[in-house]
Design a binder for this molecule. Sequence first.
Ligand SMILES: [Fe+2]
Ligand SMILES: [Fe+2]
Length: 377
Amino acid sequence: MREDILGRSRVEDTDELVQFYRRLETMGAGALWTVANDIEPWYPQPKSVPMLWRYEQLRPSVLESASLVSGDDAGRRVVMLVNDGRKELSAAVGLLYTGLQIMNPGESMTAHRHAASALRFVIEGEGAWTIVDGDRLEAGARDFLITPSGTWHEHGNDSASSPVIWQDGLDIPLVNTLDANFYAVHPELHQQPGKVVNTSLREYGSGILTPADRGWSKRYSPLLAYPWERTYEALLARAEVSDGSPYDGIIMEYVNPLTGGSVMPTMGAHMQLLRPGQATLAHRHTGSVIYHVAKGCGHSIIGGQRFDWQENDIFCVPSWAWHEHANDDDRNDACLFSFNDFPVMHALDLYQEAAYTDNHGHQTVEDTLEPATTVQQ
Ligand SMILES: [Fe+2]
Ligand SMILES: [Fe+2]
């Protein structure tokens, strides 16, 4: 008997056992040993697969959606990105959802709220705004915004000529898996925002000071808007004094300024900078990650598959999949925005991480000739 199957189910079917299983089924019961090896794997077995979605391939369809359906009829006009292994949950990876939302010039939507938490990463267009619990946030390309669980929100585009496209990230699959989602339309359909925009940024966005006379009891960040310019400045400043992580380069987390923790209880977000020509070492960890190429071009190797990426492409790393990143430009840096479910992993004591130690820390690529992408034409 092999040691690795000691304590594992190895019962073989007999006529008598099959009859027994059928009788159990009629009673709403079952024999654990028939499924034990599946539900108690040696290590995580994600159903999600690594995928890359090319922005230039998706963009025409996103634009087309803006003429096919109205924002209010659709509720939200979003082309969602669906993992081949997670179609039943509409998840992009693990229990995370993502999609590309488009708003036509001058368009605005009604307000609603839900138990699921949301975040936005603006891709293109000027004039994007969202009102989150009465705070009007105005944002441009590469700005990051949060819409925490239970906050009223409505979006729009003030531009006269260009559409706004941003990436939505939500924990919908997680919240639905927990049977904990709620949704409500604002009783007056719209909020009454204050006169000053980006109030939270003015109060909580200094980076080194927080208001001393304000209490905050929510579990999410009181800062709702994280501008790109300040994010990039922070990365460049750190790059002057640190090598950062061997697995991620100069990586920094968007934080709740009051706690230093993740922006929301279920999702965290990072921006990382890869120096010109930098190739990171491979590692893996529990928790799923969705990346957005904020700047530059390069490739990532995920589970032995190579994915070449350029600006605005989106790709995912399933839980426990080996991954490493490389900036293929020898002159310019590359920046990857990402969001994840790490706060859930940490809160439940399920976070684990491991370094890839073979082959000088780099995976063997299965297929270097045909960069893997599973996006359907
Ligand atoms: Fe929403
Ligand atoms: Fe990682």
